[in-house]
Design a protein around this ligand. Sequence first.
Ligand SMILES: Cc1cc2nc3c(=O)[nH]c(=O)nc-3n(C[C@H](O)[C@H](O)[C@H](O)COP(=O)(O)OP(=O)(O)OC[C@H]3O[C@@H](n4cnc5c(N)ncnc54)[C@H](O)[C@@H]3O)c2cc1C
Length: 455
Amino acid sequence: MKKIQVLVIGGGPAGLLAASRAAQRGAEVLLLEKNKMTGRKLRITGKGRCNVTNAGEIRQFIEEYPGQGRFLYSAFARFFNEQLCALLEAQGVALKTERGGRIFPVSDSANEVADALTEYAQQSGVRIWTGTEALRLYFETDSGGCRVCGAEIQTKNGKDRIEASTVIVATGGLSYPLTGSTGDGYRWAKQAGHHVTDLQPGLVPLETRESWVSELSGLSLKNVEASLWAGPEDSEICLDRQQGEMLFAHFGVTGPIILSLSRAYAAAKGKPARLKIDLKPALTAEVLDKRLQRDFVKYQKKQLKNALNDLLPKALIPVVIQTAELDGESWVSQITREERGRLGKVLKGLTLTIQGTRPMAEAIITVGGIDIKEIDPKTMASKKAEGLYFAGEVLDVDGYTGGYNLQAAFSTGWIAGEAAAVQALKIEAKLREVRSLLQAEGPQDRKEEDDDREN
Ligand SMILES: Cc1cc2nc3c(=O)[nH]c(=O)nc-3n(C[C@H](O)[C@H](O)[C@H](O)COP(=O)(O)OP(=O)(O)OC[C@H]3O[C@@H](n4cnc5c(N)ncnc54)[C@H](O)[C@@H]3O)c2cc1C
């Protein structure tokens, strides 16, 4: 059995920063990571380039976390993008800002970020045990309530126990479980009396019913607007809309705007939904109709299937013609106004039926997690068990793509580390005080106590 002041479970971005900060505050810190290396998920972020954060201001940032952004105010007030960038640059990681304020390492290497943060933790004095899995947490319950007192771990030689004054759970969510995030933290949180909200895949591709989609697999559409709709067709409501790039896949649709829309789909909790793709968002219906008329004059001697090349990628033309219930073999000069209207309608809203999302294993983030109502936003301390802290994706906070999820993990980790160290040192000081009081009592006092007991 080992005794430690702050025990951090999980060597991802949240755990690494939590442990570093706790050690800097003077606590003795042990970080457990079940993989052989730290930051396995971090190493595949941003397609291996790691979009570490975003250059946005706090207010704009907060809006990028659907629903729960305000919970992050206090964490961001203490440790935000500027502090993170300064930390990384001090560790030798040069950074660059790309489109949409996305910040990446100049090297385009997520490994460089993960290695730098691991080194930072070691330099701060953190002891890191890789290949060590925490199996469960220990709690003590007395009249004062429930408090965490350590964890059981799996070592090469069997099971062992680590006693800790405070414990930070930074075990991540459920997405990409091969990277190590298998939801252990949720189980422990429930054990401590926490409520864990519905867990769903977030920032995830969407599966569609239409069979033609698979034939377009690999086709990317740039500068389109996709909107997600739910409810009966005559009274449907728009859940969200996004402009940018999307991609067809054998199962349905993916790409940046689809991943963002998947968040609204998760919020609709599996209600039937439709995706409408405006293939020409820059043109109003009237302007588009004029454009079609011009193209039809230009290609009046061609068949419809050969007259849309200026407007659409080749692979999409038969789909659009078929969806508009037109005949591709018709001569353009014979297309009626009503038929042109049908074509325009499809170009402004090519509709797909959403059947579900791809599985959790393919999701960028977990939607849902430990209920933030039960967490102190200033310290990340559990309101259910003393000495227990949570940081990162294990919490019910999720953001859109753009560096927001990593910043949330870094910021919550930082403040959890700070608070857990302060509390652990207080506990230690109190214990020392009690011990010295006992020593000061001396053997004479104790003998008197013993005599009293015998009488
Ligand atoms: C493919 C992909 C790309 C992404 N790209 C970006 C991006 O570019 N920008 C961005 O902002 N976000 C991105 N994200 C999201 C981001 O990676 C996560 O939000 C972030 O890693 C969460 O950090 P975390 O520390 O909370 O959890 P994790 O990174 O999941 O780390 C948790 C760690 O805890 C360990 N662990 C779990 N259970 C135990 C246990 N019982 N004992 C010991 N150790 C344990 C795990 O092995 C893991 O190493 C991406 C996600 C994916 C899947």
